[in-house]
Design a protein around this ligand. Structure first.
Ligand code: DGL
Length: 269
């Protein structure tokens, strides 16, 4: 039988740690990932452009791979375009949004930090999320387009020292705020999880992200559609793949990321 395909979307390589997490809980599924290199970075674009990038990307992906489920592994795309994606396509979508709720319940000092893109930090979605799930908490939200850029374009060649210095620069911005939980609200930052963890542990600050919740929701939706006897979706041509949009040639770093996550590199979709 053709294996079910589960797809992941991001503006770049940010959502790959979500794919890696899901892989452990979704055995037997074919996983495909799309990095929208052509329109990267989303965090600095306006909402109308982000919606149109997301719709066009999802359309090409769905036509090519017929996924059973799409994980929008990008906070910026999720907070801006998830409703539009759900309204346009009959495929179930799981969004990734900053894990403010678990961070707020974890925080003893009731002071939480969120590190995300400018679009996420300034948007209405995060404001509402904080009102709904972090009432009584002080939430300090900061953006870093520099760290997004570093992960996308510099990580594949960065030394351990450079990785640590980049992260230290971001962590320092929160230290005077007295937070005891930090939400990584941009998927790109998960590539630097060990560096964040190391620095935050010594400060007694918990690191929070949404991988667990997102994967559980994906599993739930797939089980639900199997129970309802939904059609199995997938394309027959095999390996887990990393699609990268935009003109050829692709920069070498994409081959590096494909290797790190055991994916076959493809141009498209
Ligand atoms: N990885 C994305 C996120 O989670 C956005 C990075 C960008 O394109 O600015 O928000």
């Amino acid at each position: 039988m053709v294996p079910e395909t589960v797809a992941f979307l991001d503006s770049g390589v940010g959502g790959l740690p979500y794919l890696a997490h899901a892989r452990r809980l979704l055995p037997g599924r074919r996983l495909v990932y799309v990095a929208d290199r052509e329109n990267f970075p989303y965090g600095e674009k306006d909402r109308t452009s982000i919606v149109s990038f997301a719709l066009s990307l999802a359309e090409r992906l769905i036509n090519r791979e017929h996924p059973a489920l799409v994980v929008v592994a990008c906070n910026t795309m999720s907070v801006v375009a998830l409703d539009h994606l759900r309204a346009r396509f009959p495929v179930p979508f799981v969004g990734v949004v900053p894990a403010v709720k678990p961070a707020a319940s974890l925080s003893r000092r009731k002071r939480v930090g969120v590190l995300a893109t400018r679009q996420t930090v300034e948007g209405e979605y995060l404001r509402n999320l904080i009102l709904r799930h972090a009432a009584g908490c002080e939430v300090v939200s900061l953006s870093s387009s520099a760290l997004v850029e570093f992960v996308e374009k510099g990580l594949s060649r960065a030394s351990p020292r450079e990785r640590e210095e980049r992260v230290r620069g971001e962590v320092d911005r929160f230290l005077s705020e007295g937070i005891d939980a930090l939400v990584l609200g941009c998927t790109h930052f998960l590539h630097l999880e060990p560096e964040f963890r190391l620095l935050l542990d010594t400060e007694g600050i918990a690191l929070v992200d949404s991988r667990e919740g997102v994967t559980r929701q994906a599993v739930r939706l797939l089980q639900e559609s199997a129970r309802q006897g939904g059609a199995r979706h997938g394309s027959p041509d095999g390996p887990d793949a990393l699609y990268v949009t935009g003109p050829l040639p692709l920069e070498e770093r994409y081959q590096w990321f494909a290797g790190q996550f055991d994916l076959e590199l493809r141009a498209g979709p």
